[in-house]
Design a protein around this ligand. Structure first.
Ligand code: GLA
Length: 727
């Protein structure tokens, strides 16, 4: 990894063994992007920028003949002086005119990766990253922009963010400040993103990039299941196992937008950041604003190459180290077995069986604090309903701990029920717009997390529950998008800041709680995956992937999220059949095979399971415990398969001596095709024993010829293989 200045300090070349990112200062003023992609040993300007005389165009005042901004690959473009494409930054200074002119001032190398104040970001230890700091400014407007690019050793990743400083004497307004703006050369790309809805998250959308602007966004106050804050630009022939990919992922949990413009010449500008529709920020003299961090990923090893970069980055540089170094517990969650109707008897009964099965953590989900068995009351009060649970949460914790299990509890801290003591005492704590009705979502309002008193209230609730160490896990839920997004407390001139201030407030609360209780395991949730993003992952090392626990749907949802997230970050539970969300019937084995390479849990009424099912679950848990290291620290791959009636995953350890491979058959087809499944991520020089059958195969044969599977007359069938190197 290195950052070098070349051409008398006019070119900066950021590189490691996988990627190069090259910037140039033109005409002593303008910062442009020259290249991003596979590593270049030494950059000698084969792609010299060509200036053309064109009609219906503007010529910039410059010593360079025909310098036009119409196709100039600006690194952080603004509008108004001849670049008509999507701008990265828009600021209204004291002139009242949305116009700034940023020019390059200086750059330098930082050995330590800078932190972003109030926002989650990737971290690194000494020697793991180098950072390029670039300063651009507009002296007339008093605006200085600091741009940070950090490169990691051996990863095809650069992370980037901006810091905007008002060094003038008057207040300015930031209308938009993207985290990413990247110019890519004119060629054909596919645009890939993840879209969805509640209980059907992370579907892959892929289409050929066309002229004009393509955009995805969330304007819901949370990153949302509708669009993940991610997109990728791929060569049209890129597949899971080969091809070029540029991937972008925003470390942020609120509204975002991502846009790609293919311009008149076919050049491509890719941007992502805070959603300008939900954002404006007043910057007083001397103040600083920081954008969220964006992850920029390049691979020429297909979508799996991109995923490996993201997974490695998040495992080593985003998820809290302390939690990442511990094996995650296999849990039993009460939701689908009890819903709101939680009782001590049920808890006693379920945890007895859980103990026999070897389950390690019992999670008491919603219901424990509700006055009725519904979502209508009590949110915000967080007082245990002792009519349901005599002796309160302490008693429940005692029952669970006596069985040798850890105890976890569900909260939805950002919400308030109209029918709550908290709302009677503090109606002003909810987001609201005077003289307009307040809209409920799942019978609840949203607390104004920008307020200090609200932040302290939530923090104190957690102190109350966590201080004596009886709770080892918290599920942090958030079950509705934001409406009436206004804080009664915020000054008139700052009203548009509330969307971002809400997220900053959330991060402050999480940071305070998590740093006080670093041993507590937090699982994020938002009606499943409605706020599954790298911002939350920084605080909650595992996230409940989807409220849809159906095994077949989960093969799609988990595949989608696995483009970005390591499987250990994704909660995957074996639930009852017929499935509560889809009514689909799948075998216990299929439900387990779909969940086992992820963060395994169970969410079903164990007392209703037949003896043979209990036996099967006990075997699953024993097997999963034996394979915990492989699953938590191994590399996860999706495979290209010849026939879309199948999908295939594998988890392989780093030295490729062990792998679990799972093949899913969607539907039984009586006219069976001869499908072969190649295990492309083994070592061709090794011989492997398949542990279930004892058969021995060469890695080369598994990789080049591929496995065939028997005819099984069953829909939704899963085939599992476990290979171990023989010496
Ligand atoms: C959300 C979560 C579920 C469960 C319920 C409880 O829907 O996604 O897992 O916790 O809330 O109300």
């Amino acid at each position: 990894m290195s950052i070098n200045f070349e051409k008398n300090g006019l070119i900066a070349h950021i590189k490691n063994s996988s990627i190069s990112y090259i910037l140039e200062v033109i005409d002593d003023k303008y910062l442009i992007n020259r290249y991003f992609g596979k590593t270049i040993r030494e950059y000698r300007e084969t792609n010299t920028f060509q200036y053309f005389k064109r009609g219906y165009n503007t010529q910039h005042i410059s010593s360079i003949e025909h310098l036009s901004f119409d196709d100039f690959p600006f690194e952080y473009p603004a509008r108004g002086h001849g670049d008509y494409r999507i701008p990265a930054i828009s600021i209204t200074p004291s002139t009242g005119i949305d116009f700034i002119d940023l020019t390059f001032k200086e750059w330098r190398i930082l050995k330590e990766k800078p932190k972003i104040s109030g926002l989650p970001s990737t971290f690194s230890e000494e020697g793991e990253t180098e950072t390029l700091e670039i300063i651009c400014e507009d002296v007339s407007s008093g605006i200085r922009v600091y741009m940070y690019y950090s490169i990691f050793d051996n990863l095809g990743i650069i992370v980037r963010h901006q810091k905007i400083e008002n060094f003038g004497i008057q207040k300015v307004t930031i209308n938009s400040a993207k985290s990413l703006s990247l110019e890519l050369p004119a060629k054909d790309y596919d645009f890939l993103s993840l879209y969805g809805t509640h209980a059907k998250e992370a579907n892959v959308s892929r289409f050929a990039l066309h002229r004009g602007i393509q955009k995805i966004e969330s304007a819901r106050g949370a990153s949302s299941p509708q669009h993940q804050p991610f997109f990728a630009l791929l060569s049209p022939d890129t597949c899971e196992e080969s091809g070029e990919v540029y991937g972008f992922h925003l470390i942020y949990s609120g509204s975002f937008s991502a846009e790609v413009e293919k311009d008149q010449f076919g050049n491509v500008r890719a941007q992502m950041g805070l959603n300008p529709d939900n954002f404006k920020w007043s910057l007083e003299s001397g103040e600083i604003f920081e954008t969220p961090e964006v992850v920029i990923n390049y691979s020429n090893n297909g979508l799996n190459g991109m995923s490996q970069n993201f997974h490695k980055l998040y495992k080593s540089h985003l998820i809290p180290k302390k939690i990442m170094n511990q094996e995650r517990p296999i849990l039993l969650n009460s939701w689908e077995s009890m819903y709101y109707d939680v009782t001590l008897d049920k808890i006693e009964q379920q945890s007895n069986i859980a103990q026999e099965l070897g389950i390690e953590l019992f999670v008491l989900d919603d219901g424990w604090f509700r006055l009725s068995n519904s979502s209508k009351t009590s949110m915000g009060d967080w007082k245990c309903n002792e009519k349901k649970l005599p002796g309160g949460i302490n008693k429940v914790a005692e029952i669970i701990h006596k069985k040798g299990l850890k105890f976890g509890l569900w909260f939805e801290p950002e919400m308030i029920s109209k029918a709550s003591n908290l709302y009677s005492e503090h109606p002003e704590w909810a987001l609201q717009i005077p003289n307009y009705p307040m809209i409920e979502g799942r019978n609840q309002y949203v607390l104004d997390l920008s307020r200090k008193d609200v932040q302290e209230y939530i923090i104190n609730i957690f102190h109350e529950y966590l201080k004596d160490g009886k709770i080892e896990y918290i599920k942090w839920d958030m079950n509705r998008p934001l409406t009436e997004v206004n804080s009664l407390e915020l000054d008139f001139g700052r009203k548009s800041e509330i969307w971002h201030r809400y997220v900053l407030g959330l991060y402050y609360v999480l940071e305070t709680i998590i740093s006080t209780y670093p041993n507590v395991l937090f699982e994020g949730c938002s009606s499943g995956g409605a706020r599954f993003d790298p911002g939350m992952l920084y605080y909650t090392p595992q996230i409940w992937t989807s409220d849809n626990t159906d095994a077949f749907d989960r093969t799609i949802i988990q595949s989608g999220y696995s483009l970005l997230y390591p499987p250990i970050a994704m909660g995957a539970h074996v639930s009852i059949t017929p499935n509560h969300q889809t009514g689909r019937i799948t075998s216990m084995n299929t439900r387990y095979q779909v969940a086992r390479l992820f963060n395994l849990g169970y969410e079903l009424d164990l007392s209703k399971c037949q003896d043979y099912e209990i036996k099967e679950i006990a075997e699953q848990i024993a097997e999963s415990k034996r394979n915990k290291k492989l699953i938590q620290y191994g590399d996860f791959f999706r495979h290209d398969v010849q026939n879309d009636n199948y999908s295939m995953w594998s988890t392989v350890n780093s030295d490729k001596t062990e792998a679990i491979v799972i093949i899913f058959q969607k539907f039984h087809n009586p006219i069976k095709s001869h499908c072969l499944f190649k295990l492309n991520y083994l070592n061709s020089d090794f011989d492997y024993c398949e542990k279930n059958t004892g058969k021995i195969y060469g890695g080369d044969e598994l990789m080049s010829v591929g496995l065939s599977i028997p005819l099984i007359k069953s829909d939704f069938h899963a085939f599992a293989f476990h290979f171990e190197k023989i010496s």
